[in-house]
Design a protein around this ligand. Structure first.
Ligand SMILES: [Zn+2]
Length: 492
């Protein structure tokens, strides 16, 4: 090759490399930027008036009927009153839906039977339990899942490389809200709520110093099947004896997080179908059953979420986007004292709604939907950048007025986030379409409130409004997934 020809050849390759680099970085930096804003305790009225356009009179009515909490009255929550006395989160790493359905007969299976009852003195009361498909976004790795489960956000490409090194969560999360909001605004006697933790140390990497009581165990050795789980069993019952109850004065644990790791490690080492997995699931079943029995005996209202942060493939691995990896189990259980809640699903069946609305209802639950649900259950504001939807079926004692208000606040929170993000970070396209959907839902909500005030409650009117809020929330998540979770090579 002549030297001149050679030079053209070199220049061509240099240009190609530079173009490739430009293309990569331009696509990469379209990834989601995190905003520093956090939701605050006293802004429910502002969200409903300024973001949704409710009138001051409508909001005052909601406050005086104690559907909304307000700073001017004694209250048990920030935006809305808390629903439960304490929350127990039991993560069973890599708990696939089929594991929970078939292999946990004493903890999960027994409680799903309608005849399951708990004897309490002479009164027989019923604990409420349900099992759901719990759908995660890829990448199905623990650190990204825990971030999503606390912030309500979607994973970004910038995050993925951070899974190995560890990174604290900077965005608003329910964890942050629990420890920073004055507990007295949420019916606690203490200024600062306390949380307890034992298990996979990823929680401590993400939220250093958040737990008042913490027993982290190293998670990196996937051949070690028992150390983390033994640690969990060593501390959990002691912590349960200090769980916050209705009668608690100070110092009790409002939230307890336990993260078992053995099922995941057995999967990595031996795969999902063998005697090691059978033994591990049996051990889990016994432990979970003992924990739930203990909570059922309490005279306070405790909700427990048992879930897998992700699933596993048939060779025992995870990280990708196949259904085996993204579909985990979520088992929700409320102690008998929590009381009955309306059978939300059955209620909705009674209302004729369009197919579009039906499709958006929650037959399986998206993982980030747990976030606004936890926030509303504990009387916290929903995290600023959350994209998940409140799920009434997970909350004890929920009625149609409160549920619709919770969905309205959830819609206002996401709509504010989208508009602030679009104005300050990257412009989001598709907001006009969403604005129309939101307006329809808000108009229906105003109709329901008017009818309630003039002629008494119309369950149907509230359900129509709440269904349209759900459609809006689902489409917000679609927009977020479209914009942030796909590597955008067309720079669109
Ligand atoms: Zn794993």
């Amino acid at each position: 090759m002549g030297s001149r020809k050679r030079r053209y050849y070199d220049i061509f390759w240099i240009c190609l490399c530079l173009f490739g680099l430009y293309w990569f970085t331009a696509s990469f930096f379209l990834a989601k930027r995190s905003l520093a804003e956090r939701s605050s305790c006293d802004e429910a009225a502002t969200l409903l008036t300024e973001v949704l356009g409710l009138t001051l009179e409508e909001v005052r009515d909601l406050e005086s009927s104690q559907i909304l909490s307000s700073p001017s009255q004694e209250r048990n929550g920030c935006w809305m009153d808390r629903k439960i006395d304490s929350l127990v989160i039991l993560v069973v790493d890599a708990l696939r839906f089929d594991f929970a359905y078939y292999n946990l007969p004493n903890s999960v299976g027994r409680r799903l039977k309608p005849e399951h009852e708990v004897r309490e003195g002479s009164n027989r009361t019923q604990a409420k339990a349900r099992l759901f498909q719990f759908v995660a976004d890829p990448p199905t790795v623990t650190m990204q899942r825990l971030k999503a489960l606390t912030t309500g956000g979607l994973p970004t490409f910038a995050d993925i490389s951070a899974n190995m090194g560890g990174a604290t969560v900077e965005e608003d999360s329910w964890m942050h809200q629990v420890v920073t909001i004055d507990g007295r605004n949420r019916g606690l006697s203490a200024h600062r709520a306390r949380m307890g933790f034992v298990g996979d140390d990823t929680w401590e990497d993400l939220f250093p110093g958040f737990f008042a009581e913490s027993y982290p165990y190293p998670s990196f050795n996937t051949r070690d099947l028992d150390t983390v789980d033994n640690g969990c069993l060593k501390h959990i019952f002691n912590m349960l004896s200090r769980i916050r109850t209705r009668a608690s004065v100070t110092e009790d644990l409002e939230v307890i997080v336990v993260h078992f790791l053995g099922v995941d490690h057995v999967g990595h080492t031996y795969g999902p179908h063998n005697q090691h997995m059978d033994a591990k699931l049996k051990e889990m079943d016994g432990a979970l059953s003992k924990i739930l029995d203990r909570l059922d005996k309490s005279d306070s209202c405790h909700t427990t979420f048992i879930f897998g942060d992700h699933g596993m493939t048939e060779d025992g691995n995870h990280g990708g986007g196949t259904a085996e990896e993204t579909h985990a189990a979520l088992f929700v259980h409320s102690s008998p004292v929590c009381g009955e809640s309306a059978e939300w699903d059955q209620l909705e069946e009674t209302v004729s709604v369009s197919e579009l609305v039906k499709e958006a209802q929650f037959s399986s639950i998206h993982q980030i939907d747990l976030v606004s649900t936890i926030s509303m259950t504990l009387g916290l504001p929903i995290p600023y950048a959350n994209l998940g939807s409140f799920v009434p079926a997970l909350v004890p004692g929920e009625d149609v007025r409160r549920t619709t208000a919770a969905l309205a606040l959830n819609a206002a929170q996401i709509w504010r986030y989208f508009n602030v993000y679009s104005a300050t970070a990257n412009r989001l396209s598709g907001l006009d379409d969403l604005a129309l959907k939101l307006k329809t839902a808000v108009d229906l909500y105003k109709d329901a409130l008017r009818e309630d005030k003039e002629a008494g409650i119309s369950v149907e009117a509230y359900l129509r409004a709440s269904s349209h809020f759900k459609v809006f929330l689902r489409e917000c998540l679609d927009l977020g997934q479209r914009v942030w979770t796909r590597f955008d090579t067309l720079l669109a």
